[in-house]
Design a protein around this ligand. Structure first.
Ligand code: UTP
Length: 291
């Protein structure tokens, strides 16, 4: 019988160099879209999908993230005393259960594959999810929920994919597709950041994965790949001959919050999706655009 996906790894150990100076003294994953940090959106998406254990792979100077998932007793007390019930709920309602969030350290930022590998002792012999908090997805149900449902039937390795413009393929892991029904694409090859002229497709892996424990084992063997970093794509590629590898086109819209323009777009889109902000934000945008 297929084991359920119970654990999710959220790698948050990167340097966030594209977002300097904002990320000089604060983690990229604590940047806020409207009024919530990126990391909270990702944890909520994982919990909505039924994930029981969240593993943050963090690094030095990022303790604000673990604090965000803890009580803030002084603040909670003051809000209660002042009768600010909504504000109180906004910092307590979504707190994970005690022990549900674990933090491990990636001592050096040597790539996504290495970050995932740092969680190996907590994963054991089970399939697991990986969520990159800076890829934000506006979707209902959440992207990981859609993936877990599809994975129940399909098994294997399953990643979220999106068709990207031909000239942008060199920013992504790209699938070499052998079968495609318009929603699910099966691949027999994977290439990290290919040259647009030699890319096998424009179907790009974005920051959501469901992986078999074999990928974790392969990460131990992978040597440094493109860009001098240990690549998750290389480890996934090594399992292609024995484990089905599929991409799923999810329903929803993704925002690359690791880039400035994607981050601004996410703020606009998430504000417009909220009943309390839509009209005010719309008229403000119209005003700016008329200038
Ligand atoms: P990015 O490619 O966005 O890298 O990583 P980055 O270092 O955070 O940002 P830039 O490119 O310098 O601006 C994708 C995800 O993988 C994590 C990041 O925190 C991000 O969530 N990551 C990356 C790690 O956890 N460790 C690493 O060594 C590299």
């Amino acid at each position: 019988m297929m084991k359920p996906v119970r654990k999710a790894i959220l790698p948050v150990g990167g340097l966030g160099t594209r977002f300097l100076p904002a990320t000089k003294a604060m983690p990229k994953e604590m940047l806020t879209v409207v009024d919530k940090p990126l990391i909270q959106y990702a944890v909520e998406e994982a919990m909505q999908a039924g994930i029981e254990q969240i593993i943050l792979v963090s690094s030095r100077g990022k303790s604000s993230m673990s604090d965000h998932f803890d009580h803030s007793y002084e603040l909670e007390q003051v809000l209660l005393e002042r009768g600010k019930t909504d504000a109180y709920k906004s910092i307590t309602d979504w707190l994970p259960e005690p022990g549900q969030v674990t933090v491990v350290r990636q001592q050096e930022p040597t790539g996504l594959g290495h970050a995932v590998w740092c969680a190996r002792n907590l994963i054991g012999d089970e399939p697991f999810a990986v969520l990159l908090a800076d890829d934000m997805i506006l979707a209902e149900p959440g992207c990981l929920s859609q993936m877990i449902e599809a994975h129940r039937d399909l098994g294997g390795n399953l990643v979220a994919v999106e068709e990207v413009p031909h000239e942008s393929v060199d920013r992504y892991g790209i699938l070499d597709v052998v079968e495609d029904d318009g929603r699910i694409a099966r691949a027999n090859g994977l290439i990290e950041k290919p040259d647009p002229d030699s890319a096998p497709s424009n179907l790009a892996i974005i920051g959501r994965y469901i992986l078999q424990p074999d990928v974790m084992a392969e990460l131990s063997n992978v040597r440094k790949g493109a860009g001098g970093e240990i690549q998750l794509t290389d480890a996934m590629a090594r399992t292609l001959s024995r484990i089905f590898f599929r991409g799923i086109r999810f329903t929803g819209r993704r925002y690359d919050c690791g880039s400035k323009e994607g981050f601004v777009q996410a703020n606009v889109a998430f504000a417009l999706a909220r009943d309390d902000l839509r009209e005010k934000v719309k008229s403000a945008i119209r005003e700016y655009c008329d200038d």
